[in-house]
Structure formats: C-alpha cells, structure tokens
Design a protein. Structure first.
Length: 59
C-alpha cells in the first residue's frame, strides 16, 4: 500500500508539490483565517482526488 501511494505521488510531481506546499503552509505558517479556509478546502479536494485515483482498498 505504501509503495502504491509513493508511486502515485512520484508520477504526479505538480500535484505532489501543491499538496506538500499547501499542507506545510497550513501547519507551520498560520495564514489568515479566510485564506486558511480556502487552503484547507483545496487540501481536502486534493486528498479526495488522490484517494479516488489510488483506490487502495479495491482489489
């Protein structure tokens, strides 16, 4: 399962960099409230996209 996630992140470098940058800014920089709401929505959307693309628990 870990290899599947890692390979998916390596295959999509732009998506991975956006996801990592969004996550790190939210965790460490504490942006203004409205901007953090937008960023959190983007992070949730990217997480749902990645979850649907990987289908980890379907055989």
């Amino acid at each position: 399962m870990f290899n599947k996630v890692l390979n998916a992140l390596i295959d999509q470098p732009l998506f991975t960099s956006l996801f990592a940058a969004d996550f790190l800014v939210l965790v460490f920089h504490r942006p203004p409230f409205l901007f953090s709401i937008l960023m959190e929505g983007a992070l949730v959307g990217m997480s749902m996209y990645l979850g649907q693309k990987l289908e980890l628990f379907n055989k």
